[in-house]
Design a protein around this ligand. Structure first.
Ligand code: NAD
Length: 491
């Protein structure tokens, strides 16, 4: 059984759970420890004790550790990508791509350690200087979902450590293998005891312990809206209150206008809706198509879908891997039933598939004749199930795109500069894509959404410092003028 990493030691747990390959349910990736609340508390205490020294550690040390982690991840991308695809079910090229991204993120934040800047300003009073600096926040609890088992942990752990915080990392129950492998690399790179802790286990036990603990100063969470809400409530009602950042679900629109390049639109549609089995928060499940291109688009899209190979994630030639587990598969099938009951037309796919090994194989599904008020157009399905919604013109398409409780990513396919520019300004989303899939982002720029999709500061790139640091404003009287302790009307 693999162990948790607490206070610089690999620690046995009393409970364990199997990590199952969704392409072949007979294949057990490993037995992984499940931490108890007491073990989570020990990890928090270790991170708390390690914080003073780490928060003052040299930026060269932090740089060197993060750089080593990034370099090793990239050097082992094929092996780690295989492990990731085996436990999560995304295709091998997608798994290797995600691992590479995780390595790049660590390398980026290694560089950020050396670029921490503050500001120095004159005061409104004579002979006083004002300095604005950023300081680490404290112990950060990181709670991650199963769909990006290494990239999401990387984009939380790397900035947390870079800016001088200590970490308690709780990965999703379904994907402990990638989390464990990443932790081994971080430890091998020389992270001091207590600075980084891995506690695999249930959200309701390990996650709750982090939310309850007064020693945890901040929580960065990625996952579903319903869990995110509970996390936020506990962070703000706890004593002391915790800083909190949430990245949650999406129901991302992709608009296709009459003047779009049909090929580009279909490739964007296929990628946005079905790659990674549709299990991306930035996936598009609402493709909004204007009248003049609607029928041609649906025909080309369904034809392209029939050529998609759904099979074992590790097989070469597989385009779409399995759904992650039985409960997600049940959810996808349930929404396919709901779509039919609501009167939408299942234009393509939606059938369970049999392959050489027992796995959760689902044919990508596309609904047409969908109204934006239907549940399949409003609720996050999180599987390879997409809808096509017909719109009269650009204006109506934009209204439909924005008519959603979510606001993560939003795309448009058009050759009109006028409409692309208007859409960029008016799409109610944190990220906008023009002639690109709604998913697929860079790692050196901010990531996040609006409305029901996100809460708190952005993740990734330099914007990550907003969450992982706290600002201090320091005033110094230098003695070179009259002593004027107060300005008129000041505190
Ligand atoms: P989830 O909400 O079920 O679980 C997310 C994490 O929260 C897991 O580690 C889980 O163990 C933990 N958790 C569960 N209950 C908890 C509790 N009571 N207290 C503390 N922690 C608890 O989500 P999931 O099914 O793992 O992931 C899928 C969801 O994640 C989708 O909604 C998807 O859109 C979202 N997601 C969002 C982004 C983004 O950046 N916006 C990225 C990826 C995934």
């Amino acid at each position: 059984m693999t162990k948790n990493y607490i206070a610089g030691e690999w620690v046995n747990a009393t409970e364990a759970s199997p990590d199952i390959n969704p392409s072949n349910t007979g294949d057990v990736v490993g037995e992984f420890a499940r931490a108890s609340a007491a073990e989570a508390e020990a990890a928090i205490a270790a991170a708390h004790d390690a914080f003073p020294a780490w928060s003052r550690s040299s930026i060269q040390l932090r740089h060197d550790i993060l750089k080593k982690v990034g370099d090793e991840i990239i050097a082992r991308k094929d092996e780690l990508g295989r492990l990731l695809s085996r436990e999560e079910g995304k295709t091998l090229p997608e798994g290797i791509g995600e691992v590479t991204r995780a390595g790049q993120i660590f390398q980026f934040f290694a560089g950020e350690c050396l670029r921490m800047a503050g500001e120095k300003l004159p005061s409104v009073r004579p002979a006083i200087d004002v300095e604005i600096t950023r300081e680490p926040v404290g112990v950060i609890g990181l709670i991650t979902p199963w769909n990006f088992p290494i990239a999401i942990p990387a984009w939380k752990i790397a900035p947390a450590l870079a800016y001088g915080n200590t970490v308690v990392f709780k990965p999703a129950e379904l994907v402990p293998g990638s989390a464990h492998a990443l932790s081994e690399i971080i430890i091998k790179a020389g992270i001091p005891a207590g600075v980084f802790n891995l506690v695999m286990g249930r959200g309701s036990i390990v996650g709750e312990a982090m939310l309850k603990s007064p020693k945890v100063s901040a929580i960065s969470f990625t996952g579903s809206v319903s869990t995110g809400r509970q996390v936020a409530m506990k962070c703000v009602t706890g004593d002391p209150m915790k800083k909190v950042q949430l990245e949650m679900g999406g129901k991302n629109p992709m608009v296709v206008l009459d003047d779009a390049d049909l090929n580009v639109a279909v490739e964007c549609g296929i990628n946005s809706a079905f790659f990674s089995t549709g299990q991306r928060c930035t996936a598009s499940s609402r493709i909004i198509v204007t009248d003049g291109i609607h029928d041609r688009f649906v025909q080309a899209m369904t034809e392209r879908m029939r050529g998609l190979v759904v099979d074992d994630a590790l097989k070469s030639g597989t385009h779409i891997g399995p759904v992650v587990d039985q409960s997600q598969l049940d959810q996808d099938l349930n929404y396919i039933r709901i779509g039919k009951d609501e009167g939408a037309t299942l234009a393509q796919g939606g059938e369970l598939l049999k392959r050489d090994t027992p796995g959760f194989y689902l044919e990508p599904a596309l609904f047409t004749n969908v109204d934006n008020s239907m549940r399949i157009a409003r609720e996050e399905i999180f599987g390879p199930v997409a809808t096509v919604i017909r719109a009269r013109d650009y204006e109506e398409a934009l209204d439909i795109a924005n008519d959603t409780p979510f606001g993560l990513s939003s795309g448009i396919c058009t050759t009109s500069l006028k409409h692309a520019s208007h859409f960029k300004r008016n799409a109610e989303a944190g990220m906008v894509m023009v002639n690109l899939p709604t998913a697929g982002v860079d790692y050196h720029v901010p990531f996040g959404g609006r409305k029901g999709s996100s809460y708190g500061p952005r993740e990734q790139g330099r914007y990550a410092e907003e969450f992982y640091t706290t600002v201090k404003t320091a005033y110094t009287f230098d003695g070179n003028g009259p002593y004027v302790p107060k300005t008129k009307g000041s505190e």
